[in-house]
Design a protein around this ligand. Structure first.
Ligand code: SF4
Length: 60
């Protein structure tokens, strides 16, 4: 998959699921930014998918 496609998929997930996410806001307020970030990456299936897709980005 090309970088443009990968970025497009990530953007789709972010705008569809992450914008205005109640869970992220709640974690930020109650436990801070780092805890919210960790929740997104390790406990949310959307975050997990974003991370997996992002691993295919080429740095070239
Ligand atoms: S990764 Fe999950 S918890 Fe985090 S903002 Fe996106 S939908 Fe919300």
């Amino acid at each position: 998959m090309k970088n443009n496609q990968i970025i497009g998929e990530i953007d789709y997930l972010l705008t569809t699921y992450c914008e205005g996410c109640y869970l992220k806001d709640l974690f930020r307020k109650e436990k801070g930014k780092l805890a919210a970030h960790n929740f997104c990456i390790h406990a949310c299936t959307v975050g997990e998918e974003i991370r997996e897709i992002g691993e295919n980005l080429c740095s070239k």
